[in-house]
Design a protein around this ligand. Structure first.
Ligand SMILES: [Zn+2]
Length: 306
């Protein structure tokens, strides 16, 4: 009897510890994608796939239990009230299932991983709290994660908006400090434009971006080398929504059509933090789902182009 109670208590403690272990921001560094290129195990991505697609795969039911922590950590977990785990800490457990090819499309690593996927990206923020909430509400409705490619000068003006995007579980990318054409700049300027954003993002949310997109898609080999130096995946896009063109201002239906016209498996969709893009977003994501696409989790993409 006493034995049984002890076992139950131990099990409860382990559960608490498992939750508590997630709550330390940055305590578990993301595993290196290169180290984990073998067949990845189903985790959160599998749940997303189930929600978003009709996949006839048998792996979904395999749930992995986390390894129980050290006994002395259990006591800590009991003493401290459990904080809700920040969204970033869940992401660290996602295994690479995709990579990016030389034309910036998302390609599955294995045949068993669905190819009908799109990467959602929003550039040029953070600008507006209400707009960010509106966009992330829609992403949440569709269980979608996107990369928000931010400019350093905007982060400096509105650090709380960067925190908002991060705390709502979306992914931050580096889009240079000043939104200038990096191809025209010296390596020293390029490095500063990139590193300063890495630093302000880290100071603000506790982690550096892993993805980089040059303003105007204008980079070249010199910029790519500096991006690589900083451990990021360089990308432009493969499907432009054209939401930045004045003729599509306030025309959400046309923006949806632009994306659908260019739709291909692995589409890397360029959008912006703009009100008419937010207006288009629910309709776009619904249509993509109806066409059998799901939304790739950015953290499931390897950080090296191949
Ligand atoms: Zn931009």
């Amino acid at each position: 009897m006493g034995m049984k109670s002890s076992v139950l208590l131990l099990a409860a403690c382990l559960l608490l510890t498992a939750c508590g272990a997630d709550s330390g921001k940055g305590s578990a560094p993301a595993p290196s994608p290169e180290a984990q290129q073998e067949q990845s195990s189903p985790g959160q991505m599998e749940k997303e796939k189930e929600l978003n697609m009709n996949v006839n795969q048998d792996a979904a039911s395999k749930e992995q239990m986390q390894n129980p922590s050290e006994p002395n950590e259990m006591q800590e977990a009991e003493q401290q009230p459990a904080d809700p785990a920040p969204p970033g800490s869940e992401i660290a457990s996602i295994q690479p299932q995709y990579h990016m090819n030389s034309v910036y499309r998302i390609v599955p690593n294995e045949e068993s991983v669905p190819a009908n996927t799109v990467l959602l990206t929003f550039d040029d923020g953070p600008k507006d709290e209400a707009l960010i909430h509106r966009m992330i509400d829609i992403l949440d409705k569709h269980d979608a994660k996107a990369i928000f490619f931010v400019n350093g000068y905007r982060v400096k003006a509105n650090p709380e908006l960067l925190r908002l995007i991060h705390e709502r579980g979306q992914i931050i990318g580096n889009h240079s400090w000043d939104h200038i054409d990096l191809k025209k700049e010296s390596p020293e300027v390029v490095r500063q434009q990139i590193v300063d954003v890495q630093n302000i993002v880290e100071e603000t949310i506790g982690e550096k971006p892993k993805f980089f997109r040059p303003p105007f898609g204008s980079g070249g080999d010199a910029v790519k080398a500096i991006v690589e130096e900083n451990g990021m995946l360089y990308m432009t896009w493969s499907n432009g929504s054209l939401d930045w063109e004045s003729k599509y201002k306030n025309k959400p239906e046309a923006i949806i059509q632009n994306v659908l016209d260019q739709l291909h498996p692995g589409s890397n969709i360029l959008m912006h933090e703009l009100p008419w893009t937010a207006d288009a977003l629910d309709g776009l994501l619904t249509e993509l789902e109806q066409q059998g696409y799901h939304f790739v989790h950015p953290e499931s993409i390897e950080l090296t182009i191949r």
